[in-house]
Design a protein. Structure first.
Length: 288
């Protein structure tokens, strides 16, 4: 069955980014001039996804407004003959079919996904976390979808991370099947460095079969008292095979301040109108 729907959970508290996230979701923080969630939506669309459900929390308004039509702004830009900006603004509201649902309390990623049960129905679906943006030649989600068309089972997007960082991620015990493809033998959420089964980390992109909803319904809170998606996937693995795909591309952890700054610098340097001036500035401060 073709994967047509994607879920973007955006209801976390974003405590690593306080105070910026006190009254706005971290998914609205811009990388250069575009909110991170727009990069995610664009990746979904260019991967062939048709419908997107954003799981929102307390501060949902700015996300909804961003993907909505902005009548006054469009009128203003039209009157001032700012055609390029008008096109830019209109393009955002017509990007994709976007739906919203509210997670009433941030009870964890697993709980957020469970909120999408009715929207998803009985189809395989994609999950995309706004914390991870991936700069790749083929969109990251498209890479996973291609792997899904071959193996027709849940696929986790993974990459190797430095050993000292394993405790930040869900980590898989891999069995290599072919280049970049692993069968997942086991998985664990945020293991201690010395106990980690590998350094292959799950990084914010998943294709999951709908069986997960039956499991999430009964998944007890785990690490941090939250209902963890990793715990539910672990149970799913006992009923169906789960594969992991090591995707190509530079992935940025933009939920972390250093990752956010790295993404900002790299994306700015890719922009023709900023590249030269910004590079000159960076060289100057590095040599000072
Ligand atoms: P994180 O744990 O990275 O997000 O969850 P967080 O809790 O917002 O971040 P920090 O650690 O406090 O800074 C991964 C993803 O799951 C979503 C988050 O929005 C993020 O995209 N999430 C997490 C929810 O939607 N609901 C939750 O209850 C928890």
């Amino acid at each position: 069955m073709r994967v047509k729907k994607a879920i973007i959970p955006a209801a976390g508290l974003g405590t690593r980014f306080l105070p910026a996230t006190k009254s706005q979701p971290k998914e609205m923080l811009p990388i250069v001039d575009k909110p991170t969630i727009q990069y995610i939506v664009e990746e979904a669309v260019s991967s062939g996804i048709e419908q997107i459900l954003i799981i929102t929390g307390r501060n949902k308004k700015s996300i909804e407004d961003h993907f909505d039509k902005s009548v006054e702004l469009e009128k203003e830009l039209e009157e001032k003959n700012k055609e390029d900006l008008l096109e830019l603004v209109r393009g955002i509201s017509s990007l994709a079919e976007v739906y919203y649902i509210r997670q009433k309390e941030p009870k964890g990623l697993g709980h957020a996904i469970y909120c999408a049960k009715t929207f998803v129905g009985n189809e395989p679906f994609a999950v995309m976390l706004g914390d991870d943006i991936v700069d790749s030649s083929k969109p990251c989600l498209r890479q996973l979808l291609d792997c899904y068309s071959e193996y027709k089972t849940s696929i986790l997007g993974v990459q190797q991370v430095p050993q000292e960082d394993v405790s930040k991620y869900g980590i898989v015990t891999p069995l290599k099947i072919e280049e970049n493809v692993y069968k997942v033998k086991d998985l664990v959420e945020k293991p201690k460095m010395e106990e980690s089964p590998s350094n292959i980390a799950i990084l914010g992109r998943y294709i999951i079969t709908p069986k997960i909803f039956e499991i999430l319904e009964h998944t007890a809170p785990g690490v941090n008292g939250e209902i963890q998606l990793t715990d539910a996937l672990r149970l799913l693995m006992k009923e169906e095979a789960i594969y992991a795909y090591s995707f190509e591309g530079h992935r940025y952890d933009v939920g972390d301040k250093l990752g956010y700054l790295q993404a900002t610098v790299d994306y700015a340097l890719k922009r023709p109108e900023l590249k030269d001036g910004f590079m000159e500035y960076l060289k100057k401060i590095v040599h000072e």
